[in-house]
Design a protein around this ligand. Structure first.
Ligand code: GLN
Length: 489
């Protein structure tokens, strides 16, 4: 029974729960058993609490029996990237700095999952403080790609993507600052969705770059992503950048958008650097839409294509250097045993607590904010950011959404880029501009390489038009069977 459950969509699991064919305890046990069977190879979980998960499941079954169901996720386990606070659970950001930290409160998304009836199952691995594209920057372990254990799952949300692909969770939440939901989703062959900035509360998400960070769903299907987004999204007075409007019922809403759509293809995204097999799969997806009656137009994103990476690594590092200043070993985080006075204690605590990539970002961010360089780098980057957003808004005068690759290649080998930060940074070239522009984007499976590695299609939407974007993604998904394919572990 349990092996039948682990690769089912959340919508299918909800139906089984509803008809009483399975209980939440049985379901949760199936994912617990799966983690036990495969996670010594996948290494997606930083921590987990089987007893607590089963207690949550028993409580859910009791609510169902009493006719007091909470919401759309009643009884369904959801894994969380280890950057999202859950009261009483470890919150490490895969950093030595927070290795022993236990969150005293719930993130808004965690509270909303609970009020939707979900079972919070597991803390999932990531690059330290969400900085990276391979999960190799975790201070604790490197997660493997379930399709090929020698390869990375992508990052920084590699744990959530790998846990989902391996059948250890049916749904998960990640965070995306420059591509960290979409790129690992494409590497692991699952759906990953970064909502419009402001749609999902960041309260209780440990900050990396606050003007770019956004929490979003990982799921097996577009419909499941809609379900999860509906549970976590919407205005939150605890986040001052939260969009103050009601959100629709995305699952119902996506069925109303039937197309045909006008879809843009950014010409700069198909130039040198894009792997031929990835380009082929994405072009085949574009042809599918054309065959389905959509009008396909070439569009141009000149500023985004040229300057997004440079702009991002100024703005993101500037914000990170400020956000990470709080980890001083006194107010927060690892405290060195060596400090001879307060200043020495700060230095040593930070030197011991942070890994090399985090230090690199803090140094770069401090530099671009320093007097004399602020105008030349930070201020200019902010101006370029506005131009990048303008690129997209210009395109949206002609088209409803854009079709693009997610990443230049499929999953790369562990160690292949870890000693070359610039090569690693380039793997975000197609995703990063959306964060700078605040736009929503989804990655859905669109094929495999000859070596059997998943390839993702990125669909980029207009601000707060998530229902339309999900509908476009679903049209492709329904005509293809990629998400029925699972890795053999
Ligand atoms: N890979 C990018 C970085 O290293 C994006 C990370 C993210 O989205 N959290 O910053």
């Amino acid at each position: 029974m349990s092996s039948d459950l682990i690769f089912k969509s959340a919508a299918e699991l909800a139906a089984l729960l509803e008809t009483g064919q399975v209980s939440s305890v049985e379901l949760t046990q199936a994912f617990i058993d799966r983690r036990r069977a495969v996670d010594d190879r996948v290494k997606a979980f930083n921590s987990f609490d089987e007893t607590d998960a089963l207690a949550q499941a028993r409580a859910s079954d009791a609510r169902r029996a009493g006719g007091e169901m909470r919401g759309a996720l009643e009884g369904i386990p959801v894994g969380l990237k280890d950057v999202i606070a859950v009261a009483g659970q470890p919150l490490t950001c895969s950093s030595r700095m927070l290795a022993n930290f236990v969150s005293p409160y719930d993130a808004t998304v965690a509270a909303r999952l609970k009020s939707a009836g979900a079972i919070l199952w597991g803390r999932l691995n990531m690059d330290e403080f969400a900085m990276g594209s391979s999960t190799e920057n975790s201070a604790f372990q490197t997660t493997s790609n379930p399709w090929d254990l020698e390869r990375v799952p992508g990052g920084s949300s590699g744990g959530p993507a790998a846990a989902l692909a391996a059948g250890e969770v049916p749904l998960a939440l990640g965070s995306d600052t420059g591509g960290s939901i979409r790129q690992p989703a494409s590497f692991c062959g699952v759906v990953g969705f970064k909502p419009t900035y402001g749609l999902v509360s960041r309260y209780g998400l440990v900050a990396f770059a606050s003007s770019l960070d956004q929490i979003g769903p990982f799921a097996r299907t577009v419909e499941d992503a809609a379900l999860l987004l509906g549970a976590i999204g919407g205005h939150d007075p605890l986040d001052s950048t939260s969009y103050p409007a009601a959100i629709p019922d995305y699952r119902a809403e996506i069925k109303k958008h039937r197309g045909p759509w006008k879809l843009g293809v950014p010409k700069e995204y198909f130039g040198p650097g894009l792997n031929a097999e990835v380009a082929g799969a994405v072009r085949a997806a574009i042809e599918f839409y054309q065959g389905a009656g959509c009008e396909i137009r070439e569009v141009s994103l000149p500023v985004a294509a040229e300057y997004a990476i440079a702009t991002y690594y100024i703005i993101a590092t500037a914000e990170a250097s400020s956000n990470l200043a709080r980890y001083d070993g006194v107010r927060y985080g690892h405290r060195s045993k060596e400090g001879s006075d307060a200043i020495d204690l700060y230095f040593k605590s930070r030197a011991e607590g942070f890994g090399p990539e985090v230090k690199r970002r803090i140094i770069l961010g401090t530099y671009v904010l320093s007097s004399g360089y602020y105008d030349a780098f930070y201020l200019r980057a902010q101006k370029v950011r506005t131009l990048i957003r303008q690129d997209f808004l210009n395109a949206y005068r002609e088209v409803d959404a854009l079709l693009a690759p997610v990443a230049p290649t499929a999953a790369f080998k562990k160690g292949e880029k870890s000693s070359d930060p610039l090569a690693m940074y380039l793997s975000d070239i197609y995703t990063i501009s959306l964060n700078l522009a605040g736009l929503p984007g989804i990655s859905i499976p669109c094929g495999f390489t000859r070596e059997g590695l998943p390839i993702g299609l990125q669909i980029i939407g207009q601000p707060f038009q998530e229902a339309g974007l999900l509908a476009i993604a679903r049209a492709y998904e329904q005509a293809h069977g990629w998400n029925g394919m699972n890795p053999k572990l």
